[in-house]
Write a protein that binds this ligand. Structure first.
Ligand SMILES: [Mg+2]
Ligand SMILES: [Zn+2]
Length: 205
């Protein structure tokens, strides 16, 4: 979990929730090596533009590799440190990073249960909304899997399915199921240019 700052005096803000793998960084399976973490072209630019508009950007990511025993939970901090470094090099920053290390049928008992945070369960988005004073109904959830769209719909976000990562397979009906997303785009930067930029410009003016 990140170290969010609470702001309860002003009205809740709209935000952008982002999946991690296949959305911000290239989908390469379970990442055990920091060098395998590579940004998708344009992802940092999209986040930087949202930063400049004052829109909170929050990562919500399922990381069952912890429950599967592939790496310890402390690895998440290293990985997300690296992610933040790569983004910072392009002038972009994240307002929060939430991950779910759980899996019902995992290998590590401590992490192997039916949690409230593994997408499509809404725990991470609800926690972020509380921590950062966010208005889920005016926010977006963006990701490359059906479960990203399903969790967004569940909490009342607008949803964008990306063709990056698993998105193309999802749209062909070859992975998970075909979800009812509001929009489909090739990449995060395309979704920013086509939807987020006009939406938030309108909202903020
Ligand atoms: Mg993903
Ligand atoms: Zn969880």
């Amino acid at each position: 979990m990140s170290s969010p700052t609470s702001d309860t005096t002003s009205p809740p803000k709209p935000a952008v929730f982002l999946d991690r793998d296949g959305t911000i960084n290239q989908e390469v399976g379970y990442i055990r090596d920091l060098d395998k973490l590579a940004l998708i072209p344009g992802a940092a630019e999209a986040i930087r533009q949202l930063n400049q508009m004052g829109i909170p950007v929050v990562v919500v990511t399922n990381q069952s590799g912890v429950a599967r025993g592939y790496y310890p939970e402390s690895w998440m901090e290293q990985l997300h440190g690296r992610l933040k470094t790569l983004l910072a090099a392009e002038g972009a920053q994240l307002d929060g990073v939430y991950y779910c290390p759980h899996l019902p049928d995992g290998e590590v008992p401590e992490y192997s249960f039916d949690c409230d945070c593994r997408k499509p369960e809404p725990g991470m988005l609800e926690q972020a909304a509380k921590d950062l004073n966010l208005d889920l109904g005016r926010s977006f959830m963006i990701g490359d899997k059906a479960t990203d769209i399903d969790v967004g719909l569940r909490v009342g976000c607008k949803t964008i399915l990306l063709r990056s990562g698993y998105g193309e397979q999802v749209l062909k009906g070859e992975y998970q199921h075909i979800p009812q997303s509001d929009y489909v785009f090739d990449s995060l930067i395309e979704s920013y240019e086509q939807i987020l930029k006009p939406y938030f410009s309108h909202l903020l003016n």
